[in-house]
Design a protein around this ligand. Structure first.
Ligand code: CP
Length: 335
């Protein structure tokens, strides 16, 4: 049994096979039969955080393949869960993840988990305890629907890039930090950097200061994969150098890891970098780059209307591709 927790656990050919399957399903006429690859299967979708795209695309995708989705969330009547082993459960939690995972495995064929960091202590958050607990205790495949990485998003992004660019080898990929009034999850940034390197692009991480460099494990994974393709990961704090000749610009905001739980001082730093917004002036430095964002996105804070609404923006394709790649992922896990 294999889980889909992180693309680092999967080979590039295996990921490409899922993307190829997703492309074939996307190409099929919308009124053509969609098949019954997951007929009578059931997927539990556990959301500990908000969602528009992930929730809808997994539910719709499952139904299109003949499966049934059950959406669960603590605010929707589920028992509060305990994720630590060996604790005296005399707090708010009514049920341990061990029981929840095992019982859901008796009803369902797959379990999807969305569980963001708590943003208080990165050394705790980076253990990804909730996702790993489900993977440990469930008897069915577990899918990461965004925890400290967002593998479904990165698959949809690569699919959208390949649709426009073909093979991605050697393309300059810039992951740029952008301003946001709140400190956000690093998951999409971690994933974007890893998938760019895995698919042979030349990754550049552009961020305001050293404090915004992503966790070592993702830097090391991206560096290793880049080296495997004869490329190298570049880390830059220079907007002009990073955007120069870029083929792809991917925008995301995230909170600085050293400031987890101490966000007051971090906000002072972040507020000084509002000029990292993706705008036409910066895009003019690129090689007519494609640009994207995972969404949701604050317009004219992270990216200007002019850039987001331009023909080079593939964010809607990427969002649509979530539906197709997640169908392919669920099929692969059930095959
Ligand atoms: N990109 C993404 O995962 O969107 P949601 O948070 O709306 O699911």
């Amino acid at each position: 049994m294999k889980h889909f927790l992180n693309t680092a656990d999967w080979s590039q050919p295996d990921l490409q096979a899922m993307i190829d399957d997703a492309r074939a399903m996307k190409a099929a006429a919308s009124d053509a039969p969609r098949g019954d690859a997951l007929k009578d299967k059931t997927v539990a979708l556990l959301f500990l955080n908000n969602s528009l795209r992930t929730r809808t695309s997994f539910d719709v995708g499952a139904r299109q393949l003949g499966a049934h989705a059950v959406v669960l969330s603590p605010s929707g009547g589920m028992w509060p869960l305990e994720f630590e082993d060996g604790v005296v459960m005399d707090g708010e939690a009514e049920e341990h993840v061990k029981e929840a995972a095992k019982v859901l495995s008796r009803y369902c064929d797959m379990i999807g988990i969305r569980a963001f960091p708590k943003f208080q202590d990165w050394q705790e958050d980076c253990k990804d305890k909730i996702l790993n607990a489900f993977a440990r205790y469930a008897d069915v495949p577990v899918i990461n629907m965004e925890t400290i990485t967002h593998p479904c998003q990165e698959m949809a992004h690569v699919m959208a890039l390949q649709e426009r660019l073909g093979p991605l080898d050697g393309k300059k990929f810039v992951l740029t930090w952008t301003y946001h009034p709140k400190p956000l999850n690093t998951a999409v940034a971690n994933s974007a950097l890893m998938i760019a390197a895995k698919f042979g692009m030349q990754p550049t991480l552009l961020c305001p200061t050293e404090d915004y460099i992503l966790d070592d494990r993702y830097i090391e994974q991206a560096s290793k994969d880049a080296r495997g393709h004869g490329a190298a990961l570049t880390i830059s704090h220079n907007v002009g150098e990073a955007y120069a000749d870029a083929d792809v610009v991917y925008a995301k905001s995230w909170g600085a890891l050293p400031y987890f739980g101490n966000w007051g001082p971090e906000k002072k730093i972040r507020d000084a970098f509002k000029h990292f917004i993706v705008d036409e002036e910066k895009m003019a430095l690129t090689n007519k780059a494609l640009v994207s964002h995972c969404l949701p996105m604050r317009r004219n804070v992270k990216m200007t209307d002019a850039v987001f609404d331009s023909a080079n923006c593939i964010a809607y394709d990427e969002a649509e591709n979530r539906l197709h790649v997640q169908k392919a992922i669920m099929k692969a896990l059930m095959s």
